[in-house]
Write a protein that binds this ligand. Structure first.
Ligand SMILES: Cc1cc2nc3c(=O)[nH]c(=O)nc-3n(C[C@H](O)[C@H](O)[C@H](O)COP(=O)(O)OP(=O)(O)OC[C@H]3O[C@@H](n4cnc5c(N)ncnc54)[C@H](O)[C@@H]3O)c2cc1C
Length: 362
Protein backbone atom coordinates (compact mmCIF):
# COMPACT_ATOMS: atom_id res chain seq x y z
CA UNK A 1 0.00 0.00 0.00
CA UNK A 2 1.34 3.47 -0.86
CA UNK A 3 2.55 5.45 2.12
CA UNK A 4 -0.15 8.14 1.59
CA UNK A 5 -2.82 5.51 2.11
CA UNK A 6 -1.26 4.29 5.36
CA UNK A 7 -0.83 7.72 6.92
CA UNK A 8 -3.74 8.57 9.20
CA UNK A 9 -4.99 12.04 10.07
CA UNK A 10 -5.92 13.58 13.43
CA UNK A 11 -4.67 10.73 15.59
CA UNK A 12 -4.87 11.43 19.37
CA UNK A 13 -1.41 11.05 20.91
CA UNK A 14 -2.19 10.90 24.64
CA UNK A 15 -2.76 7.13 24.51
CA UNK A 16 0.68 6.62 22.98
CA UNK A 17 2.36 8.18 26.02
CA UNK A 18 2.77 6.91 29.57
CA UNK A 19 1.76 10.31 31.00
CA UNK A 20 -1.45 10.26 28.99
CA UNK A 21 -1.77 13.93 28.08
CA UNK A 22 -1.76 15.84 24.81
CA UNK A 23 -3.69 16.49 21.63
CA UNK A 24 -3.64 14.89 18.18
CA UNK A 25 -1.02 14.47 15.47
CA UNK A 26 -2.07 16.02 12.17
CA UNK A 27 -0.56 12.98 10.40
CA UNK A 28 0.47 9.65 11.91
CA UNK A 29 2.26 6.61 10.51
CA UNK A 30 3.04 3.30 12.17
CA UNK A 31 6.39 2.40 10.52
CA UNK A 32 6.66 -1.39 10.29
CA UNK A 33 9.54 -1.66 7.84
CA UNK A 34 12.74 0.32 7.33
CA UNK A 35 11.54 1.20 3.82
CA UNK A 36 8.70 3.19 5.35
CA UNK A 37 11.15 5.80 6.62
CA UNK A 38 12.47 7.33 3.37
CA UNK A 39 8.92 7.29 1.99
CA UNK A 40 7.49 8.97 5.10
CA UNK A 41 10.14 11.69 5.11
CA UNK A 42 9.45 12.35 1.41
CA UNK A 43 5.74 12.67 2.24
CA UNK A 44 6.58 15.23 4.94
CA UNK A 45 9.04 17.15 2.80
CA UNK A 46 6.59 17.48 -0.09
CA UNK A 47 4.07 19.05 2.28
CA UNK A 48 6.54 21.10 4.34
CA UNK A 49 5.71 19.17 7.51
CA UNK A 50 7.79 18.74 10.62
CA UNK A 51 8.39 15.13 11.66
CA UNK A 52 8.48 13.63 15.15
CA UNK A 53 9.76 10.10 15.78
CA UNK A 54 7.80 8.29 18.48
CA UNK A 55 8.94 5.23 20.40
CA UNK A 56 7.12 4.03 23.52
CA UNK A 57 6.14 7.56 24.58
CA UNK A 58 7.61 7.09 28.04
CA UNK A 59 9.81 10.16 27.99
CA UNK A 60 7.38 12.48 26.34
CA UNK A 61 4.95 15.28 27.16
CA UNK A 62 2.65 16.21 24.28
CA UNK A 63 1.02 19.65 24.33
CA UNK A 64 -2.75 19.96 24.46
CA UNK A 65 -2.64 21.53 20.99
CA UNK A 66 -1.05 18.35 19.64
CA UNK A 67 1.48 18.30 16.83
CA UNK A 68 0.87 19.97 13.48
CA UNK A 69 3.15 17.62 11.54
CA UNK A 70 3.82 13.93 10.89
CA UNK A 71 4.42 11.53 13.79
CA UNK A 72 6.25 8.37 12.76
CA UNK A 73 5.75 5.66 15.36
CA UNK A 74 8.61 3.17 15.22
CA UNK A 75 7.05 -0.30 15.12
CA UNK A 76 10.05 -2.20 13.69
CA UNK A 77 10.39 -5.67 15.20
CA UNK A 78 13.00 -8.41 15.46
CA UNK A 79 15.60 -9.67 17.95
CA UNK A 80 18.67 -11.72 16.97
CA UNK A 81 21.29 -13.27 19.26
CA UNK A 82 24.71 -14.47 18.03
CA UNK A 83 26.90 -17.20 19.51
CA UNK A 84 29.37 -16.40 22.33
CA UNK A 85 32.80 -15.31 21.01
CA UNK A 86 36.06 -16.64 22.47
CA UNK A 87 35.86 -14.11 25.32
CA UNK A 88 32.30 -15.16 26.14
CA UNK A 89 30.53 -12.12 24.70
CA UNK A 90 27.28 -12.39 22.76
CA UNK A 91 26.13 -9.84 20.19
CA UNK A 92 22.40 -9.09 20.10
CA UNK A 93 20.84 -6.99 17.35
CA UNK A 94 17.44 -5.61 18.24
CA UNK A 95 14.99 -3.64 16.12
CA UNK A 96 14.06 -0.20 17.46
CA UNK A 97 10.38 -0.95 18.00
CA UNK A 98 10.98 -3.85 20.39
CA UNK A 99 10.06 -3.32 24.03
CA UNK A 100 13.13 -2.58 26.14
CA UNK A 101 12.11 -4.48 29.25
CA UNK A 102 11.09 -7.58 27.29
CA UNK A 103 14.63 -7.59 25.86
CA UNK A 104 16.15 -7.23 29.35
CA UNK A 105 14.02 -10.15 30.55
CA UNK A 106 15.13 -12.27 27.57
CA UNK A 107 18.82 -11.49 28.21
CA UNK A 108 18.49 -12.34 31.90
CA UNK A 109 16.81 -15.65 31.07
CA UNK A 110 19.68 -16.43 28.67
CA UNK A 111 22.21 -15.57 31.45
CA UNK A 112 23.54 -12.60 29.49
CA UNK A 113 24.90 -9.86 31.74
CA UNK A 114 25.17 -6.14 31.12
CA UNK A 115 21.67 -4.63 31.23
CA UNK A 116 20.01 -6.36 34.22
CA UNK A 117 19.98 -3.24 36.44
CA UNK A 118 17.89 -1.45 33.81
CA UNK A 119 14.98 -3.84 34.31
CA UNK A 120 11.58 -2.19 34.33
CA UNK A 121 12.47 0.92 32.34
CA UNK A 122 9.55 1.47 29.95
CA UNK A 123 9.87 2.37 26.29
CA UNK A 124 11.36 1.03 23.11
CA UNK A 125 14.83 -0.22 22.20
CA UNK A 126 15.21 2.76 19.85
CA UNK A 127 14.59 5.19 22.69
CA UNK A 128 17.43 3.86 24.84
CA UNK A 129 20.45 5.35 23.05
CA UNK A 130 18.69 8.71 22.67
CA UNK A 131 19.08 9.70 26.31
CA UNK A 132 21.55 6.93 27.21
CA UNK A 133 19.07 5.40 29.64
CA UNK A 134 20.40 4.18 32.90
CA UNK A 135 19.43 3.01 36.35
CA UNK A 136 20.97 1.47 39.46
CA UNK A 137 24.54 2.10 38.35
CA UNK A 138 24.24 0.86 34.78
CA UNK A 139 23.61 2.67 31.48
CA UNK A 140 23.12 1.44 27.93
CA UNK A 141 26.33 3.13 26.75
CA UNK A 142 28.22 0.32 28.56
CA UNK A 143 26.87 -2.39 26.25
CA UNK A 144 25.92 -0.64 23.00
CA UNK A 145 28.26 -1.57 20.16
CA UNK A 146 26.52 0.32 17.38
CA UNK A 147 23.29 2.02 16.42
CA UNK A 148 21.85 1.64 12.94
CA UNK A 149 19.96 4.73 11.84
CA UNK A 150 18.19 6.39 8.98
CA UNK A 151 20.12 9.62 8.49
CA UNK A 152 17.65 12.31 7.42
CA UNK A 153 20.43 14.63 6.28
CA UNK A 154 22.01 12.10 3.90
CA UNK A 155 18.71 10.29 3.23
CA UNK A 156 20.42 6.93 3.76
CA UNK A 157 20.94 4.25 6.40
CA UNK A 158 24.16 4.57 8.44
CA UNK A 159 25.87 2.61 11.21
CA UNK A 160 27.14 4.65 14.15
CA UNK A 161 29.68 3.11 16.54
CA UNK A 162 29.50 3.61 20.30
CA UNK A 163 32.06 6.46 20.17
CA UNK A 164 30.11 8.24 17.41
CA UNK A 165 27.10 8.45 19.74
CA UNK A 166 29.11 10.47 22.35
CA UNK A 167 27.21 9.09 25.31
CA UNK A 168 27.25 10.80 28.70
CA UNK A 169 24.75 11.21 31.56
CA UNK A 170 21.30 11.21 29.84
CA UNK A 171 22.92 12.55 26.69
CA UNK A 172 24.06 11.45 23.26
CA UNK A 173 24.31 13.10 19.85
CA UNK A 174 20.69 12.03 19.34
CA UNK A 175 19.35 14.49 21.92
CA UNK A 176 22.02 17.18 21.62
CA UNK A 177 24.22 18.11 18.64
CA UNK A 178 22.38 15.95 16.07
CA UNK A 179 18.92 16.15 17.56
CA UNK A 180 16.28 15.23 14.97
CA UNK A 181 18.81 13.97 12.39
CA UNK A 182 18.80 10.22 13.03
CA UNK A 183 15.99 7.71 13.29
CA UNK A 184 17.23 4.68 15.21
CA UNK A 185 16.19 1.49 13.40
CA UNK A 186 18.17 -1.07 15.42
CA UNK A 187 20.67 -1.27 18.24
CA UNK A 188 23.47 -3.82 18.68
CA UNK A 189 24.45 -4.81 22.23
CA UNK A 190 27.44 -6.80 23.54
CA UNK A 191 26.54 -8.92 26.56
CA UNK A 192 28.61 -11.22 28.71
CA UNK A 193 27.45 -14.86 28.64
CA UNK A 194 27.42 -16.26 32.16
CA UNK A 195 28.64 -12.92 33.54
CA UNK A 196 27.73 -11.71 37.01
CA UNK A 197 25.33 -8.84 37.68
CA UNK A 198 26.50 -5.32 38.40
CA UNK A 199 25.76 -4.55 42.04
CA UNK A 200 27.14 -1.09 42.73
CA UNK A 201 24.07 0.89 43.68
CA UNK A 202 23.46 1.40 47.40
CA UNK A 203 19.87 0.05 47.42
CA UNK A 204 21.02 -3.14 45.69
CA UNK A 205 24.10 -3.60 47.88
CA UNK A 206 21.95 -3.24 51.00
CA UNK A 207 19.43 -5.68 49.60
CA UNK A 208 21.97 -8.46 48.94
CA UNK A 209 24.53 -7.78 51.69
CA UNK A 210 27.65 -9.92 51.19
CA UNK A 211 25.85 -12.47 49.00
CA UNK A 212 26.58 -12.64 45.23
CA UNK A 213 23.16 -12.65 43.54
CA UNK A 214 22.26 -14.09 40.14
CA UNK A 215 21.16 -11.93 37.21
CA UNK A 216 17.56 -13.02 37.81
CA UNK A 217 17.76 -12.05 41.47
CA UNK A 218 19.08 -8.61 40.58
CA UNK A 219 16.32 -8.16 38.02
CA UNK A 220 13.76 -9.20 40.63
CA UNK A 221 15.20 -6.83 43.25
CA UNK A 222 15.33 -3.91 40.80
CA UNK A 223 11.71 -4.51 39.79
CA UNK A 224 10.65 -4.67 43.45
CA UNK A 225 12.45 -1.44 44.31
CA UNK A 226 11.07 0.28 41.21
CA UNK A 227 7.51 -0.89 41.92
CA UNK A 228 7.70 0.57 45.42
CA UNK A 229 8.58 3.90 43.78
CA UNK A 230 5.88 3.48 41.07
CA UNK A 231 8.66 3.44 38.49
CA UNK A 232 7.26 0.42 36.66
CA UNK A 233 4.27 1.11 34.41
CA UNK A 234 1.28 -0.57 36.02
CA UNK A 235 -2.26 0.37 34.98
CA UNK A 236 -3.46 -0.40 38.51
CA UNK A 237 -0.96 2.06 40.05
CA UNK A 238 -2.05 5.69 39.42
CA UNK A 239 1.37 6.93 40.60
CA UNK A 240 2.95 5.28 37.57
CA UNK A 241 0.98 7.52 35.16
CA UNK A 242 4.09 9.61 34.61
CA UNK A 243 7.00 10.29 32.28
CA UNK A 244 9.43 8.84 34.85
CA UNK A 245 11.85 11.24 36.49
CA UNK A 246 10.69 14.68 35.43
CA UNK A 247 13.96 16.48 36.20
CA UNK A 248 17.61 15.62 35.69
CA UNK A 249 19.86 15.60 38.73
CA UNK A 250 21.69 18.93 38.47
CA UNK A 251 25.47 18.95 38.34
CA UNK A 252 26.98 21.83 40.28
CA UNK A 253 30.44 22.92 41.33
CA UNK A 254 31.73 21.81 44.73
CA UNK A 255 31.62 25.49 45.77
CA UNK A 256 27.89 25.78 44.94
CA UNK A 257 27.22 22.55 46.83
CA UNK A 258 29.08 23.87 49.89
CA UNK A 259 27.22 27.20 49.75
CA UNK A 260 23.85 25.40 49.71
CA UNK A 261 24.86 23.24 52.68
CA UNK A 262 25.92 26.35 54.63
CA UNK A 263 22.73 28.24 53.78
CA UNK A 264 20.53 25.27 54.70
CA UNK A 265 22.56 24.34 57.77
CA UNK A 266 22.43 20.63 56.95
CA UNK A 267 24.32 18.06 54.93
CA UNK A 268 23.27 18.09 51.25
CA UNK A 269 23.40 14.67 49.54
CA UNK A 270 25.66 14.50 46.50
CA UNK A 271 27.56 12.17 44.20
CA UNK A 272 30.85 12.91 42.53
CA UNK A 273 30.41 14.05 38.93
CA UNK A 274 34.02 14.54 37.87
CA UNK A 275 36.73 17.01 38.79
CA UNK A 276 35.32 19.78 41.02
CA UNK A 277 31.70 18.83 40.27
CA UNK A 278 28.96 17.03 42.17
CA UNK A 279 25.49 15.81 41.26
CA UNK A 280 22.73 16.75 43.73
CA UNK A 281 19.57 14.58 43.72
CA UNK A 282 16.82 16.71 42.18
CA UNK A 283 14.36 14.84 44.44
CA UNK A 284 16.11 16.25 47.52
CA UNK A 285 15.94 19.81 46.15
CA UNK A 286 12.26 19.43 45.28
CA UNK A 287 11.28 18.12 48.70
CA UNK A 288 13.37 20.75 50.47
CA UNK A 289 11.73 23.45 48.33
CA UNK A 290 8.37 22.46 49.80
CA UNK A 291 6.96 19.73 47.55
CA UNK A 292 6.25 16.61 49.56
CA UNK A 293 5.38 13.32 47.89
CA UNK A 294 1.69 13.36 47.05
CA UNK A 295 1.58 17.18 46.54
CA UNK A 296 -1.26 18.14 44.15
CA UNK A 297 -1.86 21.11 41.87
CA UNK A 298 -5.09 20.76 39.93
CA UNK A 299 -5.05 17.50 38.01
CA UNK A 300 -1.27 17.11 38.27
CA UNK A 301 0.69 15.94 41.26
CA UNK A 302 4.01 14.76 42.63
CA UNK A 303 3.95 10.96 42.83
CA UNK A 304 3.07 9.71 46.31
CA UNK A 305 5.98 7.29 45.95
CA UNK A 306 8.69 9.35 44.25
CA UNK A 307 9.25 13.09 44.48
CA UNK A 308 10.94 13.24 41.09
CA UNK A 309 7.88 12.07 39.13
CA UNK A 310 5.04 14.34 38.04
CA UNK A 311 1.87 12.32 37.59
CA UNK A 312 -1.39 12.74 35.74
CA UNK A 313 -3.85 12.33 38.61
CA UNK A 314 -6.70 11.36 36.27
CA UNK A 315 -7.85 13.95 33.75
CA UNK A 316 -4.78 16.17 33.52
CA UNK A 317 -4.10 18.32 30.48
CA UNK A 318 -0.53 19.10 29.51
CA UNK A 319 -1.25 22.61 30.87
CA UNK A 320 -1.68 21.08 34.36
CA UNK A 321 1.63 19.23 34.02
CA UNK A 322 3.43 22.40 32.90
CA UNK A 323 1.87 24.48 35.70
CA UNK A 324 3.26 22.10 38.31
CA UNK A 325 6.60 21.82 36.51
CA UNK A 326 6.96 25.62 36.51
CA UNK A 327 5.94 25.90 40.16
CA UNK A 328 8.57 23.33 41.18
CA UNK A 329 11.27 24.92 39.05
CA UNK A 330 10.48 28.38 40.41
CA UNK A 331 10.65 27.23 44.02
CA UNK A 332 13.96 25.38 43.52
CA UNK A 333 15.41 28.37 41.66
CA UNK A 334 14.49 30.88 44.34
CA UNK A 335 15.66 28.71 47.23
CA UNK A 336 18.87 27.25 45.75
CA UNK A 337 19.65 29.28 42.63
CA UNK A 338 19.53 26.06 40.58
CA UNK A 339 17.62 25.71 37.30
CA UNK A 340 16.10 22.23 37.20
CA UNK A 341 16.26 20.83 33.69
CA UNK A 342 13.31 18.67 32.63
CA UNK A 343 14.20 15.16 31.45
CA UNK A 344 11.25 14.39 29.13
CA UNK A 345 10.97 15.61 25.57
CA UNK A 346 8.21 18.17 24.89
CA UNK A 347 6.23 17.89 21.68
CA UNK A 348 4.24 20.76 20.21
CA UNK A 349 5.46 23.09 22.92
CA UNK A 350 7.28 26.23 21.90
CA UNK A 351 8.99 28.88 24.00
CA UNK A 352 8.12 27.02 27.14
CA UNK A 353 11.62 26.82 28.49
CA UNK A 354 14.23 29.54 28.55
CA UNK A 355 17.40 28.80 26.56
CA UNK A 356 19.43 28.63 29.78
CA UNK A 357 17.88 25.35 30.89
CA UNK A 358 19.42 23.39 28.06
CA UNK A 359 22.62 23.19 30.09
CA UNK A 360 22.48 21.40 33.40
CA UNK A 361 25.83 22.49 34.81
CA UNK A 362 25.33 25.48 37.11
C1 LIG B 1 7.76 5.04 34.99
C2 LIG B 1 8.97 5.45 34.21
C3 LIG B 1 10.24 5.11 34.66
C4 LIG B 1 11.38 5.49 33.94
N1 LIG B 1 12.61 5.14 34.43
C5 LIG B 1 13.72 5.50 33.76
C6 LIG B 1 15.01 5.15 34.26
O1 LIG B 1 15.14 4.49 35.28
N2 LIG B 1 16.10 5.55 33.56
C7 LIG B 1 16.00 6.26 32.40
O2 LIG B 1 17.03 6.57 31.81
N3 LIG B 1 14.79 6.60 31.89
C8 LIG B 1 13.66 6.25 32.54
N4 LIG B 1 12.43 6.59 32.05
C9 LIG B 1 12.35 7.39 30.81
C10 LIG B 1 12.08 6.55 29.54
O3 LIG B 1 11.55 5.29 29.87
C11 LIG B 1 13.32 6.32 28.69
O4 LIG B 1 13.87 7.56 28.33
C12 LIG B 1 13.02 5.53 27.42
O5 LIG B 1 14.21 5.08 26.85
C13 LIG B 1 12.26 6.34 26.38
O6 LIG B 1 12.00 5.48 25.28
P1 LIG B 1 10.69 5.62 24.44
O7 LIG B 1 10.74 4.60 23.37
O8 LIG B 1 9.49 5.59 25.31
O9 LIG B 1 10.88 7.07 23.81
P2 LIG B 1 9.79 8.20 23.54
O10 LIG B 1 9.26 8.71 24.83
O11 LIG B 1 8.82 7.73 22.52
O12 LIG B 1 10.70 9.34 22.89
C14 LIG B 1 11.68 10.00 23.67
C15 LIG B 1 12.66 10.69 22.72
O13 LIG B 1 13.38 9.69 21.99
C16 LIG B 1 13.17 9.86 20.59
N5 LIG B 1 13.08 8.53 20.00
C17 LIG B 1 12.32 7.48 20.41
N6 LIG B 1 12.52 6.43 19.60
C18 LIG B 1 13.42 6.83 18.65
C19 LIG B 1 14.01 6.21 17.52
N7 LIG B 1 13.74 4.95 17.17
N8 LIG B 1 14.88 6.95 16.77
C20 LIG B 1 15.16 8.22 17.09
N9 LIG B 1 14.63 8.87 18.15
C21 LIG B 1 13.76 8.18 18.90
C22 LIG B 1 11.89 10.66 20.46
O14 LIG B 1 11.86 11.38 19.24
C23 LIG B 1 11.99 11.56 21.66
O15 LIG B 1 12.82 12.64 21.37
C24 LIG B 1 11.26 6.23 32.74
C25 LIG B 1 9.98 6.56 32.27
C26 LIG B 1 8.85 6.18 33.00
C27 LIG B 1 7.49 6.54 32.48
Amino acid sequence: MAIEERIEEGVPLAGFTTLGVGGPARYFLSARSEDDLPAAFRFAEERGLEVFVLGGGSNLVVSDAGFDGLVIKIDLNGVGFGQPDEDGFVIAEVAAGEDWDAFVAECVSRELAGIECMSGIPGSIGGTPVQNVGAYGQEVAETIVSVRCFDRKLAEFVLLGNEDCRFSYRRSIFNTSESGRYVVVSVTFRLKAGGGPKVVYRDLKEHFGVRSPSLAEVRGAVLDIRRRKSMVIDPSDPNSRSAGSFFKNPIVSVAVHRAIAEAEGIEVPSFSAGEGLVKIPAAWLIERAGFAKGYRLGEAGISANHSLAIVNLARAKSADIFALMNKVRGAVRSRFGIELVPEPVFLGVENLLPQSVSESVV
